[in-house]
Ligand binder design. Structure first.
Ligand code: ITT
Length: 216
């Protein structure tokens, strides 16, 4: 069995390959279909963009496709970058430019860091020496599966709460993971293995809701 995932993001592909691999299902992504144009993400919610991406690829290939629209919502920034997470520092700027922009933007802010520090410590783990918590935040992941034969949409969402640190820690994962402290584990998302991240992440939570719906 193979599932088509309407993403060109290698970090997401690796996580889906791990999750579906456990079920004996292979994944194909836009990386395997270089001729396919990714859909324009014109929606203003994660769910709307996930559906746009799933429909575009499912219609082009004539098979069901699963899409993931996800991002980081930072409390001190009123929920930004949100649906703009991938292009926060500009179209095609990349993960390290996005992370640098997030740190620069939070450093300019006047928000209290105390609530973030308290939340960071709530799991009982101290932050590493000299590292500061800048804001509470959450990762959100919307998944949409579209079947072009029936027009059926299956949509779910998952979220993971955490804290943005003032410097990156760890080199696993992708995107904003090195800046995202997970209080209940006492490390950043980038310091987790794939199974550990899947167990607590927004994507893992969304997948946990999607899979039972697919068995029907
Ligand atoms: P596709 O649309 O092709 O799937 P994309 O990278 O453009 O790839 P999104 O529009 O959903 O995907 O943007 C998601 C961004 O949010 C992503 O580029 C990361 O910067 C961030 N993000 C999402 N999930 C993340 C995770 O698990 N860890 C770290 N950052 C994440």
């Amino acid at each position: 069995d193979v599932i088509v995932i309407a993403t060109g993001n290698r970090g997401k592909v690796a996580e889906f390959a791990h999750a579906f691999g456990e079920l004996g299902i292979g994944v194909r992504s836009l990386i395997d279909y270089p001729g396919l144009e990714p859909a324009e993400e014109t929606g203003d919610t994660f769910a709307a963009n996930a559906l746009l991406k799933a429909q575009a690829v499912a219609r082009a290939l004539g098979v069901p496709a699963l899409a993931d629209d996800s991002g980081l919502c930072v409390d001190a920034l009123g929920g930004a970058p949100g649906v703009y997470s991938a292009r926060y520092a500009g179209e095609g700027a990349g993960d390290s430019a996005n992370n640098a922009k997030l740190l620069a933007t939070l450093a300019e802010g006047t928000q209290s860091h105390e609530e973030a520090a308290a939340y960071a410590a709530a799991g009982g783990y101290a932050l590493p020496d000299g590292v500061r918590a800048l804001s509470r935040a959450r990762f959100v992941c919307a998944l949409a599966l579209y079947d072009p034969a029936s027009g059926k949409v299956t949509a779910v969402e998952g979220a993971a709460p955490g804290v943005i640190l003032d410097r990156p820690l760890g080199d696993g994962g992708f995107g904003y993971d090195p800046l995202f402290w997970v209080p209940q584990l006492g490390c950043t998302m980038a310091q987790l293995t794939k199974p550990q991240k899947q167990a607590i992440s927004h994507r893992g939570a969304a997948l946990g809701r999607l899979l039972p719906l697919l068995r029907d």
